[in-house]
Design a protein around this ligand. Structure first.
Ligand code: TSJ
Length: 657
């Protein structure tokens, strides 16, 4: 291509205004500029490759993380169209990277179901990158490159500016596909280090959700001379393999997961279920490959369909007689691991973390597909024993439910007295406005005592926890409630639990978990998060739960005192304090004086709090399951793979609240 033809003119630059808007308000497009946002711009690219694969044009995707902080994604699909787009007069490649939402709109005409994490498109990644390079393999190699730089005239940053139009290098290639390489801009993101665990976890999930698709991840951020760390995912069993994976560490009630896939009213619906000896429900739902931990209409439809059809099964099997009442949905969901994957157009996400499906039209098709699926599976005589197990399990759950209700009624009379003794440990606050009140759940009596001295009595309450509260995952609800630590928390919060949870009765709008920065503390934190996740989900959804961050180090010299909350910060603080500094490493909250605890951890003006979101809680739950499930091998493997117990924190954007 001639030099002149390829130049990028002033006229061309006009359309880049959209990209500048992205840089001005990144949060509007990618949620945050913390670790989540950083990963979001990678997912935007990955999702494009996934779409190509999901529509049958690509079989392999390779993701690479480089030493310089950049990342690349390559697929073996058809390659982004290189011909000139009639509307805009520029190549398809150029449209994809320079026009906002171009990805989404573009895809809609070409693909029947397009993912796109939240559909903002690859141009957002371009806008928030220092540079981005794309290669398209279509007989020959096409190339285009973009850069964000400071305009010398105005000092403003120009985002995602092409070096020139798409160039056909004429270099022949056997390959077919698209390669995109970009470096997230450190002027945008607080943290520019991709998290291997987070990336591999999501890629694994995508490999489960896209049966047969091979996804490889290479991490080149290794010492000089070493081979890159590499993981390869390919699941020919799709959701079936996903269910087996989720049930590792649990004991299944029947050997193989069962599932069904169909299309209804233009919606692709697929589900797989497998019950285990556990007592709680784990439903993992996805819409267009995006996790929907906050649920929504597809989950409602699935649950309703499952309840109806499994009651029909129970009657067919004679386990329920005409006179018997139906079993409840929760009975059939005891110990259920289920994956529901829905693909539809024009999705709307709602909820606190925009992870709840808000399309009402999804409910009925999913319900009828589920009912039909279970009925079809039940017709298969070979699956008789599977359904017998499911019904037996549900009847067991119903028996416990009825017994628990009776026990609850008896207990209600003496409950008021019980509450008084329980809440005895609570050092409550004097203020009566729940919105302003904070409850610190503190690990250990001694740290609890210190916190009581340190607090502002007006709005801060302290609840010391003795020992480890029990692992909620393994127990039935009645056993959970028998645990004194758990009952104390429920009483202190004052809003009930489970389906009776009443947010309006909540006495503290900030619930802050304060535990030591060691394995025990990590464990307690995970257990408490799992408890809230299971029995007070609204608290997590509303963002009322926080993790307090005590400092790890005190760096001091005479009157100068600085605190460091992680190792990176320690170096900075050492420099601030200067020559002759001393370091104290805090092993636990108990080592701090009341004054120190106040300054570093409790004072709203100075403390670091992590706001827990639904994904963190789900993550914590998975850790608890792996740590405490029935099966020893899974636990050992988990411990071997997760030696870093601060792992959960690395997924969470730190916020000052
Ligand atoms: F958009 C992007 F840059 F983020 C990106 C897109 C990144 C990566 C790694 C891959 C892709 C991508 C796009 N892979 N495959 C495609 N395919 C198309 O864009 C495409 C190809 C052909 C046709 C057609 O109708 O012939 C239509 C489309 C949308």
């Amino acid at each position: 291509m001639a030099e002149k033809e390829n130049r990028y003119s002033a006229e061309d630059i006009k359309i880049l205004e959209g990209l500048d808007a992205v840089r001005l308000r990144p949060g509007m497009y990618i949620g945050s500029t913390g670790v989540k946002g950083l990963h979001h711009i990678l997912w935007e690219i990955v999702d494009n490759a996934i779409d190509e694969a999901a529509n049958g044009f690509a079989t392999r995707i390779e993701v690479r993380l480089y030493k310089d902080g950049s990342a690349s994604v390559e697929d073996n699909g058809r390659g982004i169209p290189t011909d000139i787009h009639p509307k805009t007069g520029v190549s398809g490649v150029e449209v994809v990277f320079t026009q906002l939402h171009a990805g989404g709109k573009f895809d809609e005409h070409n693909y029947s179901f397009s993912g796109g994490l939240h559909g903002v498109g690859a141009s957002v990644t371009n806008a928030l990158s220092e540079w981005l390079r794309v290669e398209v393999y279509r007989g020959t190699v096409y190339k285009m490159a973009f850069r964000s730089y400071e305009d010398p005239a105005t000092g403003k940053i120009l985002s995602g500016v092409p070096d020139g139009h798409l160039e056909n290098t004429k270099q022949k290639t056997e390959k077919s596909g698209t390669f995109v390489h970009f470096k997230p801009d450190a002027r945008v993101f607080e943290n520019v280090t991709f998290n291997f665990e987070a990336v591999s976890k999501r890629l694994k999930e995508l490999a489960f959700l896209n049966k047969g698709l091979e996804i490889a991840l290479y991490d080149e951020r290794v010492p000089e001379g070493r081979a890159p760390v590499c993981v390869n995912y390919k699941f020919d069993g799709g959701l079936h393999d996903f269910a087996e994976y989720l049930n590792e560490g649990k004991t299944p009630l029947y050997a193989e997961p069962i599932g069904y896939k169909t299309e209804r009213d233009g919606i692709l619906i697929e589900f797989v279920i497998q019950h285990t000896t556990e007592f709680t429900e784990s439903l993992f739902s996805f819409v267009n490959n995006i996790p929907t931990p906050e649920g929504g209409y597809h989950e409602t439809g699935f649950r309703t369909g499952l309840t109806k059809s499994l009651n029909d099964v129970a009657r067919s099997l004679g386990a329920l007689k005409d006179k018997d009442a139906n079993l409840l949905g929760e009975d059939f969901r005891e110990g259920l691991t289920a994956i529901l994957s829905v693909k539809m157009k024009n999705v709307q996400f709602e909820g606190q973390t925009k992870t709840k499906l808000g399309n009402p039209e999804a409910r009925v098709p999913v319900e009828s597909a589920t009912t039909e699926g279970i009925a079809k599976l039940f017709e298969n005589k070979a699956l008789r024993p599977v359904f017998e197990e499911i019904v037996k399990k549900a009847q067991g759950a119903a028996r416990v439910r009825l017994a628990a209700r009776q026990a609850k009624e008896v207990a209600r009379a003496k409950n008021s007295i019980d509450n008084l003794t329980l809440v005895g440990k609570l050092a409550s606050c004097t203020g009566k406005k729940p919105e302003q009140n904070e409850l610190f759940i503190v690990e250990g009596d001694s740290a609890g005592g210190t916190a009581k001295q340190a607090r502002v009595r007006q709005y801060q309450a302290i609840l010391p926890l003795r020992g480890k509260p029990l692992n909620v995952e393994k127990k039935r609800i009645d056993q959970v409630l028998a645990n004194e630590e758990i009952r104390t928390i429920i009483s202190a919060l004052g809003a009930g639990y489970g389906s009776d949870f009443a947010f309006d009765d909540l006495k503290f709008h900030k619930v802050i978990i304060l535990s030591d920065a060691d394995q025990d503390g990590m464990h307690i934190r995970c257990i408490l998060l799992t408890f809230f996740f299971r029995y007070m989900r609204e608290l997590i959804n509303n963002g009322n739960v926080y993790i307090g961050m005590p400092p790890l180090y005190k760096v001091y010299k005479k009157d100068v005192v600085e605190y460091a909350y992680d190792d990176a910060e320690l170096q900075k603080k050492i420099e601030i304090v200067g020559k002759g500094y001393q370091i104290q490493r805090y092993k636990g909250l108990g080592e701090m004086s009341a004054e120190q605890l106040w300054e570093t951890t409790m004072d709203p003006a100075r403390r670091n709090l992590i706001q827990v979101n639904i994904e963190d809680a789900a993550e914590a739950e998975q850790m608890v399951t792996a740590l405490m499930g029935d099966r020893v091998e899974a636990r050992k493997e988990f411990l071997a793979q997760n030696a870093n117990f601060n792992k959960v924190d690395s997924f969470i954007d730190r916020v000052n609240v």
